[in-house]
Design a protein around this ligand. Structure first.
Ligand code: RTP
Ligand code: MG
Length: 137
């Protein structure tokens, strides 16, 4: 079943010039690009995006990081695209959790500056796509 997912290449990914590498992996996996933009996100959208983590101790730092510079937001489409993107992203902690060959394991070290975000469920994907791409609605 074809579905959509919201992907971010976080500010560390843009700063480290991995946009092409990461989008290349998405294309080689076979996922379709539906929408793509570069922007610096404001605090309000960032806090809504990560609302599920609002009570976590790392939340203020996470918002600081995600608003710190330009990022790439994209909507991907394909069969099981939500799980497929999270598979190529790797686990949250690039060293302890991500499998070799994934974006995070190959290119990151830091548990916060882990290069990418991908929606984790159909409900999150719908909410996040509406938040980042209201023009698609
Ligand atoms: P994401 O939401 O960004 O796709 O990452 P995820 O599902 O793999 O991980 P999640 O638990 O949702 O955490 C969201 C992001 O918060 C940062 N984080 N920092 N300092 C910490 O302990 C910590 N834990 C998480 C990471 O940037 C993580 O991707
Ligand atoms: Mg998450």
């Amino acid at each position: 079943m074809t579905e959509r997912t919201l992907v971010l290449i976080k500010p560390d990914g843009v700063e480290r010039r991995y946009v092409g590498d990461i989008l290349g992996r998405v294309e080689r996996k076979g996922l379709d690009l539906v929408a793509l933009k570069l922007l610096t996100v404001d605090r309000e959208v960032a806090e809504k995006h990560y609302a599920e983590h609002a009570e976590r101790p790392f939340f203020p730092d996470l918002i600081e990081f995600i608003t710190s510079g330009p990022l790439v937001a994209a909507v991907l489409e394909g069969p099981r695209s939500i799980e497929a993107f999270r598979q190529i992203a790797g686990g949250t902690d690039p060293v302890a959790k991500a499998t070799p060959g994934t974006i995070r394991a190959d290119l990151a070290l830091d548990g916060q500056k882990n290069l990418v975000h991908g929606s984790d469920s159909p409900e999150s994907a719908a909410r996040e796509i509406a938040l980042w791409f209201p023009e698609l609605g």
